[in-house]
Design a protein around this ligand. Sequence first.
Ligand SMILES: [Zn+2]
Length: 333
Amino acid sequence: MVLKKKIIRFATKFQERDLEKSFQLDYCIPVYHSVSDVDLAHLKHVVNYKNVQDFEKDLDEMSRFFQFVTWEEFKDFHAGTFKAEKKIALLTFDDGLSEFYFNAVPVLLRKGIYAINFINPKFVDNKELMFRAKASLILEKIIATNSRNPEIFKLLDISDFAEKTLKQKILKIPFEKQKILDQIADLAEVDLEEYVKTQKPYMNLEQLKSLNRQGFGISNHGWDHPLYKDLTLKEQIENTQKGAEFLKENQFLTDGFAFPFTDFGVGNSFFDQIFQHEYDCTFGTAGIKLDSVTKNFQRIPMENGKSASQTLKEEVAYFNLKKMINRNQIVRK
Ligand SMILES: [Zn+2]
């Protein structure tokens, strides 16, 4: 908390107009998931998404400091064949959520800004909810209905039904134990199948193809959104390549990959293997940070309740603090 306060104080010291100069890298890669003016039960407890107006404000702020580029331009920039007028920004979205199609894209088309969406092929066409979305939806329903099923206490290994405890426990259920979420859903009478069918949280194949035709990028976020550090190397490669097969079949982008959740704890052997395939670069979510794997770029999470310029200012300040203690680069083993 003390460190966080220091960063914010430090961040507010410099003026917005200095941001372009003080931003330490020559590229900025913001990452979003959703943009929505309405409450989304399957997202509200796991993603602090922005409304359309705030998203648009973010884009305007970032446009002052950066030049938004396309996927091809981003790759050319790093190959040294694309000359930009300002520092560049690549707008990215994760998870293939339908609000990208309905809410973000109309704004992007109007402003002429490119974006790439890293998707999990398993959820395309809304056959199932991703486990984090299940967690959010179940939590929302239990809170709303005040359900007190003792079987849920037992499954979660809790003795009180305080909202805070419940929230912590349900949101902590990992990928490997996601079956527990299905059991809780049954006990709390949450019809996950009905929800996914009627709410359609993810884009379908036709929508993805339409975005592709309009010039937006669709790329790989792994098959079904596991936490990579908890997988064996073999499982990491399999999950990545199973996602890539779908992208290839549909002529989407197969030369990019964004880690689901985080690349924290992913070792060099994964990158050594993956870069033998057609990948040009990969993406994490550690903010402004360098990486010992130079083709793995860290992105800046933007869904934190703050404006883009405030987020960037804090990131710049945090990078400077980390630099002082030599912690501004991720070193992989
Ligand atoms: Zn994701």
